[in-house]
Design a protein around this ligand. Structure first.
Ligand SMILES: Cc1cc2nc3c(=O)[nH]c(=O)nc-3n(C[C@H](O)[C@H](O)[C@H](O)COP(=O)(O)O)c2cc1C
Length: 178
């Protein structure tokens, strides 16, 4: 199963969790990683749209990997959707480039799993926080997989990151083998 992984983190030098997860998937078979800040810095209008769109060719599954910052996507990921998922390519009468592909969101949070529950402080699950990704996926005809969230990832211990990394690698390789 050919997989494209789009990674975004606005503060790469401060990242531990996302950086480790990116490194873990980078060498998996049939996986291509594109890190938006490595490619474009924080230039929200600097995308090579043709190259970004070409990266989806022949891909079965797309993973979007980013930290939750203020219960939202990162600025570069939001800009990427604006610039790369264009009318006539992703949607509109002839826009079928993403149809049938699977979307998997992999995210890290500072807050606990309980915080992301109906009874918790934000009264919203991670699935609810990620509604814009789900709605975007369904709008362009993608299949939306259940997101993988690594909670309490701020200053995560090596053991914690390693466990999540294992979970992610297993998830990706199981589906690749399927
Ligand atoms: C500017 C900023 C905003 C953040 N907002 C949230 C938030 O809304 N919810 C949350 O659970 N964690 C929040 N966090 C914590 C990050 O999600 C957490 O530190 C990150 O996912 C850990 O991954 P990393 O080591 O790759 O940065 C925020 C962190 C920063 C720096």
């Amino acid at each position: 199963m050919k997989t494209l992984v789009i990674v975004s983190h606005p503060y790469p030098e401060q990242s531990k969790a996302i950086k480790t997860l990116e490194a873990a998937v980078k060498d998996l078979p049939q996986v291509t990683v594109r890190n938006l800040e490595s490619l474009y810095g924080s230039n929200t209008s600097g995308f090579d749209v043709a190259a970004e769109q070409a990266a989806y060719e022949g891909v079965d599954r797309v993973v979007y990997m980013f930290p939750v910052h203020w219960f939202n996507l990162t600025p570069m990921l939001k800009a990427y959707l604006n610039e790369v998922w264009t009318y006539g390519w992703a949607f509109g009468p002839n826009g079928k480039a993403l149809q049938g592909k699977e979307m998997l969101v992999v995210t890290t949070t500072g807050a606990s799993e309980f915080t992301y529950s109906a009874a918790g402080l934000v009264q919203s699950t991670i699935e609810e926080v990620l509604t814009p990704m789900k709605a975007s996926a369904l709008y362009v005809g993608m299949q939306y997989g259940s997101p993988l969230a690594m909670y309490e990832a701020m200053n995560a211990s090596d053991e914690q990151v390693s466990q999540f990394r294992q979970r992610l690698s297993e998830h990706l390789s199981t589906a690749i083998a399927a």
